[in-house]
Design a protein around this ligand. Structure first.
Ligand SMILES: O=C(O)CCC(=O)C(=O)O
Length: 305
């Protein structure tokens, strides 16, 4: 179904249907990886549907929701993923970063994000052996949460420019639950791209990564559309460092938490950024998993970050 005809919201208001378009499903190109690589080089993003094992994705979802249930953030049954609006995480877990690391490192989740299936897909995407970062951005977004528009370049390109973000819905993420949005044509916004060159977010606190927290106003000014989809377990969205993206609002009528991961994949032959690899990576700013929005208790939804 075209998400434009559905209830997409951003920054608290309905997105006019003419401003939304469905991401093209290009998974058929996996049979001809060179064409997929050409497509990615031309468009900057690729929606690949059904490339992960649905059972593995749902097992990861169950494992994460169980942990959130244990700290009182998800009601029973945990598999429904309904936020309680409360949290005992700070009291029960103590160190939020350590707690989040223990969630992120669960084998069921790593099987999806750093396992052989995604590895094979990304090897096809790169046309050479690929490796995924150990530092994993797991996001549990309670209703009210959203991610502002930004490019990934300032975060992940210190060691190599050859980098893709893989956005992985951990379970179904319909448009009402705030999936990722890509800004159409954003790889041609030279005024914004000029600002990115040489920008390393951890070394330069005079510049901001966020371009806008209001995708509708932004797209209106630029005369472009928001590209998104109803995501299903097994789907992934791959995009490059020059693709402006963020998320819709999670306004799930059921109060369901949106669960997703973003993980970066690079050619294995390229230098690895030590911030993101190893058993206990420090992440972008060195604070480990405690730096992530995901590490915050669910009753403190992130917004405009
Ligand atoms: O999942 C989100 O809300 C944002 C993800 C993101 O910014 C990314 O994958 O780089």
């Amino acid at each position: 179904m075209n998400p434009g005809t559905r209830d997409c919201r951003a920054f608290g208001r309905r997105v006019p249907p003419e401003m939304v378009s469905e991401l093209a499903d290009v998974s058929a190109l996996l049979a001809a990886p060179e064409q997929l690589r050409r497509r990615l080089a031309a468009e900057g993003h690729a929606l690949l549907r059904g490339v992960l094992d649905e059972g593995e994705v749902m097992a990861a979802r169950g494992a994460v929701f169980d942990r959130l249930h244990e700290v009182g953030e998800i009601g029973a049954p945990a598999r429904d993923g309904i936020a309680t609006g409360a949290s005992r995480r700070r009291g029960l877990a103590g160190d939020l970063g350590r707690f989040w690391k223990s969630v992120v490192d669960m084998p069921a989740l790593r099987q999806v994000t750093n396992g052989p299936r995604l590895g094979r897909v990304m090897e096809a995407v790169w046309g050479e052996p690929a490796c995924g970062m150990d530092y994993l951005f797991l996001r549990a977004g309670a209703p009210g949460s959203a991610t502002g528009l930004h490019y990934d370049f300032p975060f992940f390109t210190r060691s190599t420019r050859r980098m893709y973000t893989v956005w992985v819905p951990i379970g179904p993420v319909p448009v009402t639950e705030g999936p990722l949005v890509v800004i159409e044509g954003s790889r041609d916004f030279d005024d914004l791209l000029d600002h990115l060159r040489g920008f390393d977010i951890a070394l330069d606190d005079t510049r901001k990564a966020e371009v806008s927290h209001d995708p509708v106003a932004f797209a209106g000014e630029r005369g472009c559309r928001l590209l998104t989809a109803d995501f299903e377990p097994g789907d992934i969205l791959v995009f490059d460092m020059f693709t402006l993206h963020g998320s819709l609002d999670n306004h799930s009528p059921a109060g369901r938490v949106r669960l997703s991961c973003d993980v970066r994949y690079q050619p294995a032959a390229d230098p690895l950024d030590p911030r993101y690899f190893g058993p206990d990576p420090g992440g972008t700013f060195g604070g480990g998993y405690g730096d992530l929005n995901g590490a915050k208790p669910l009753d403190e939804p992130w917004h405009r970050r």
